[in-house]
Design a protein around this ligand. Structure first.
Ligand SMILES: [Zn+2]
Length: 268
């Protein structure tokens, strides 16, 4: 009963409530989903090759053929890694070059399935005192390690939020600057600065300096600019041009209708 060789494989599934909106999937389930994807690609390839309707599907088939071996290799590593992890297979604590794969380079005990397989397959080359299990390392980590895909999603969300906050701050600064009269072009509070030729622009530096907001956030204040977008309406196609385009479209539609009406199926 206490013999580890006879013990049932135990999953190493950690359900963190901060899973960032992803439905938690056990390791084995994730591996099976990848296997299902490989199988589905094989079926798709068969169906496309056997497609009896004359369509040019070569590019699609070629892309599937190119992609499948890569996914196949990932799947193989994944399913082997599941076995090694669940069976608490001993893994060398160092790579051959002496580097600890768990922490030194990556600052995280999270390995790729390929790394787990590589370590497991070289385990017989090292002294027993050099061996650890994946479970032991994960359990010994100071904090529960975040799976890297989720960590990436969290990082992206934080970046997006930071960018959104910055855009909002820039907008607020611009509004604050323009809520004061401009000492340079003399526009009233609430109006946009004007260039010498009367175009919307600015805000002028002197007006910016009046805003405590802008002084507090000089970097964002530099981005606070009022663009004159009147040129966009000038660039818009003239009424005459769009009328000509409409006429061209109608002529083409007539030609297609005529072609269609004159069409007789060969084997009717
Ligand atoms: Zn101004």
């Amino acid at each position: 009963m206490n013999n580890p060789a006879e013990a049932e494989p135990r999953p190493l599934d950690i359900y963190d409530t901060t899973n960032d909106g992803f439905a938690p999937a056990p390791l084995r389930e994730a591996a099976e989903a990848l296997q299902a994807a490989v199988d589905a690609l094989g079926k798709a390839q068969d169906a496309l090759i056997g497609c009896a309707t004359p369509l040019n599907l070569t590019k699609i088939v070629d892309d599937i053929k190119a992609f499948t071996p890569m996914l196949d290799t990932h799947q193989e590593h994944m399913s082997k890694a599941v076995e090694y992890i669940e069976r608490d297979f001993p893994l060398p604590r160092n790579f051959e070059d002496g580097e600890m794969p768990w922490f030194e380079r990556h600052q995280s005990p999270v390995l790729t399935p390929k790394q787990v397989v590589f370590l497991a397959e070289t385990a017989h080359e090292v002294m027993p005192s050099e061996l650890v299990t994946y479970r032991a390392v994960i359990n010994a980590a100071d904090e529960v390690p975040v799976p890297t895909v989720i960590a990436r999603a969290q990082r992206k969300r934080r970046n997006d939020e930071a960018r959104e906050n910055e855009a909002q701050l820039v907008d607020k600064i611009l509004q604050d600057i323009e809520s004061r009269p401009c000492p340079y072009c003399r526009v009233e509070a609430g109006e946009y600065c004007r260039t010498g030729t009367g175009r919307i622009g600015g805000p002028h530096a002197g007006r910016r300096d009046l805003s405590p907001y802008a002084t507090e956030y000089p970097r964002e204040a530099k981005q606070a600019k009022r663009e004159d977008d009147s040129w966009k309406t000038q660039q818009a196609p003239s009424q005459e041009a769009s009328q000509r385009a409409q006429e061209d479209k109608e002529i083409l539609a007539d030609v297609i209708t005529e072609l269609a009406e004159g069409f007789r199926p060969k084997y009717d």
